[in-house]
Write a protein that binds this ligand. Structure first.
Ligand SMILES: CC(C)(COP(=O)(O)OP(=O)(O)OC[C@H]1O[C@@H](n2cnc3c(N)ncnc32)[C@H](O)[C@@H]1OP(=O)(O)O)[C@@H](O)C(=O)NCCC(=O)NCCS
Length: 187
């Protein structure tokens, strides 16, 4: 059975085919995907296909706003991510996230990250979660800073395969110990 995670304002649950319309509504906005390295969705059918091919992977969650029940973003843990120059071990993964433009600036993704890290370090055999952002994505850099990720290194001239571009990527990470310390302080 797939995991369902609850935060104060959100439910994180698997994506379903019936979410295609809501996914298209937010993922068709170029302000969401381009900065994160993927092209805007072009139709509801395209969004349905992404649900089947990408978002159906284990540990990828639809971000549901409790107040409305609507999927407004996505967050997930990705194993064996291929963009890292350092090979990720079995106890390491990468976190990725986005949220629809009308919901930016409400701290919703940091809220989701906190609970997903709790899940990663408590329920899964993980010791390190990596995160990355493309140069210039200040809002994602800020999210990583606020949620306890520490800057690790920068790589220049990296392929951004879905957009056929090359970009500078900044990497950060959080360890299980660091997360537990931060969490204890905030209790
Ligand atoms: C990055 C992203 C997930 C942040 O989610 P969020 O729930 O809005 O996060 P926060 O509310 O904590 O806001 C983070 C920062 O975004 C910036 N921000 C807030 N509202 C904004 C707005 N309307 N427009 C642009 N930036 C804004 C602020 O700098 C904020 O930092 P602050 O708390 O110090 O003010 C969201 O902006 C997004 O989906 N961006 C496009 C996809 C993306 O970049 N994904 C990550 C790829 S690495």
């Amino acid at each position: 059975m797939k995991t369902i995670i609850e935060t104060k304002r959100l439910i994180l649950r698997p994506w379903h085919e019936k979410d295609a319309e809501a996914l298209y509504k937010y993922a068709s906005d170029p302000r969401v995907g381009l900065i994160a390295g993927w092209p805007p969705h072009t139709s509801i059918e395209h969004s349905r296909e992404i649900i089947h091919t990408v978002l159906s992977n284990d540990e990828i969650y639809a971000v549901i706003l409790k107040k409305t029940g609507e999927p407004i973003g996505s967050i997930g843990l990705i194993r064996n991510a291929r963009t890292y120059s350092v090979a990720m071990g079995n106890s390491e993964c990468e976190i990725g996230y986005w949220i629809g433009v009308p919901y930016w600036g409400q701290g919703l993704i940091p809220e989701a990250i906190g609970e997903l890290l709790q899940h990663a370090f408590q329920d899964l055999p993980l010791n390190v979660v990596w995160c990355e952002y493309y140069d210039g994505n200040e809002q994602s850099r800020r999210v990583q800073e606020k949620t306890g990720f520490r800057y690790h290194h920068t790589e220049t001239d990296k392929p951004c395969p879905m957009l056929n571009e090359r970009r500078t990527v900044h990497f950060s990470k959080i360890t299980k110990d660091e997360f537990l310390k931060k969490y204890a302080r905030h209790k």
